[in-house]
Design a protein. Structure first.
Lengths: 123, 123, 123, 123
DNA sequence: GTGGTCTAGACCACT
DNA sequence: GTGGTCTAGACCACC
């Protein structure tokens, strides 16, 4: 499904969250899909089950997962985190500023964006 | 110059680094400018001098500062770390994908980028 | 593992770095080997944990170590910093020039180099 | 004559010493040559006279200079610092080991040494 | 005055 | 258990 980079400074549980977010955003996981159990996931990633547990708990709190008792966890509908878009736009802003500082023109950046792959079509 | 947000989960020394990066990228600090001494900065931000020094040390390692023994630290020329731009473009990519997932069109994103402030003109 | 020379003018943390570099270069520490925890190392060397951490941090920045959160630090693959070899050759150059100035012939120097121990064979 | 690199972490007074050593070893300064006065040197290098003073004092202590009262300082005969050669050979050793670690063969190193310029002929 | 090193000891997050 | 952050305060070298 995905791999954990132990050398990465980002905590493992955050990497798990990010990877699920990525899979959902890219459309490879869709609403209603079942996600592996905590134990299976932990075995597959070769990490401590507590770590996976922590990631799942947060994914559920952030409404990416929902849990059916005795059946497991499932992907829920795309959540609408308030302020999320504004935060993304602010990040975009910061990166664009830095690219300009490093010599790129806005035109070059726009061209780069136009090239961004249409993974969105898979939904 | 700037303020530290103690409530923020981001470590103080990283906040210091980010703030200096921001000031340099925006052109408000230019090559050769002297930055406040470690002690002065610590007093101004109301943090421990060691914390400021840690930030300065890293800024120097990342080539944003250079230090003259017994005289202080100064802004150095914009670093040309290879691969840095590629990393930024990859981040840009990821954010654009997520914005599209959340319903924005590429056209909207491009318009947003065109609006990015012209802080670059001050250089 | 090694000892710190407190009388030496060289800072303790630099001595720690140099000693690890030596152990890695000589092949006694290999990729993937776990290094003692910051606390253990500090106890063994009889120095403050912060001092050891500073050394480890720099070894990580220079790509000799990598760190797994909550698990410890490990030896990473030999870094291929570009320009590193050129710098070494330049140092070699300078030393050879000085040895010649002090009366050694190139032949004597070459013989000396041939005698350099084959610690490399252990890899 | 030479320049000081303020950005360099090596103390200025040590840079002055190293530069004089280099000029003497390369043969550009010979026994009996007069060296600039402390004040002239300080003005030329754009550094504090105390700093130059400190360098000259050490060069005299290490027998590279000798001073004639009221006349200035002069280059003395090449000093025979005891143990100096052993130290150089040890440095050579360390560098060769590191070059081998980074993939160079002894043969390559020997070839490189053979190519070292014959600045020695200028004496 | 400047930066740099080191200690002692507290507290936190991750596994 | 692990590493990481931060403080308070001492001491040193360089300019």
């Amino acid at each position: 499904m995905f791999k954990i980079d132990l050398k990465n400074r980002k905590p493992i549980y955050e990497q798990v969250i990010e990877n699920f977010r990525r899979l959902i955003i890219s459309g490879r996981l869709k609403e209603g899909d079942r996600v592996p159990s905590v134990r299976d996931m932990a075995r597959e990633l070769n990490v401590n089950p507590n770590t996976v547990q922590k990631a799942y708990r947060e994914l559920e709190a952030r409404k990416y997962f929902y849990t059916v008792l005795g059946q497991g966890s499932f992907i829920s509908a795309p959540p609408e985190e308030t302020g999320e878009i504004d935060a993304l736009l602010e990040q975009l802003h910061a990166i664009v500023r830095e690219l300009i500082f490093r010599g790129k023109s806005k035109d070059e950046i726009v061209i780069f964006i136009e090239e961004t792959g249409g993974q969105n079509d898979k939904r």
